[in-house]
Design a protein around this ligand. Structure first.
Ligand SMILES: Nc1ncnc2c1ncn2[C@@H]1O[C@H](COP(=O)(O)OP(=O)(O)OP(=O)(O)O)[C@@H](O)[C@H]1O
Ligand SMILES: [Mg+2]
Length: 113
C-alpha cells in the first residue's frame, strides 16, 4: 500500500528537507508554493528576519507518495530538517493512496511509487 505524506514547511527549509529525503531513499517529491496560517492567526511571525503581522505567510507544500514502510522515516526526516523550534515550523499529515499509476509503464500501486 502507498501513503501520501503532505507537509507544510518554511521556504528556507526546502533544500535541507529535499536533501534529507533523497538521502533517505525517497524517489519523488512534488513541491508547491502556497500561503497559509496556523493557530496564531494574525499574530506576528518571523519571515526572512522580519516580523509580519498578516494572516497568510509564504510556505512550501510537499507531497510525497511512499510505500507504507517508509512513512515513519519520511515524517521523522522532514521533522528533523524543518524544525527551528519557533512558531510556524509547519505540519505533516498522511492520507492513504487509492489508485497509483506510473503513466509510462502502466505499473500500479507500490510498483508505481
Ligand atoms: N489546521 C490546518 N489546516 C491546514 N493547514 C494548516 C493547518 N495548520 C497549519 N497549517 C499550515 O501549516 C503552516 C504552518 O502552520 P504552523 O506551523 O504555524 O502551525 P501551528 O499549529 O500554528 O503550530 P505552531 O504553534 O508551531 O506555529 C500554515 O501556514 C498553514 O499553511
Ligand atoms: Mg503557527
Amino acid at each position: 500500500m502507498a501513503t501520501l505524506v503532505t507537509a507544510i514547511v518554511r521556504p528556507h527549509a526546502l533544500d535541507g528537507v529535499k536533501n534529507s529525503l533523497k538521502a533517505a531513499g525517497i524517489t519523488g517529491i512534488t513541491a508547491s508554493e502556497v500561503k497559509g496560517f496556523g493557530r496564531q492567526g494574525g499574530q506576528t511571525e518571523t519571515y526572512r528576519g522580519a516580523e509580519y503581522k498578516i494572516d497568510f505567510l509564504p510556505k512550501i507544500k510537499l507531497e510525497i507518495i511512499v510505500t507504507d514502510d517508509l512513512v515513519d522515516t519520511v515524517i521523522s526526516t522532514i521533522s528533523a530538517a524543518a524544525s527551528s523550534g519557533k512558531i510556524g515550523d509547519g505540519k505533516i499529515w498522511t492520507i492513504p493512496v487509492g489508485t497509483l499509476v506510473r503513466i509510462r509503464t502502466g505499473e500500479l500501486g507500490d510498483e508505481a511509487v
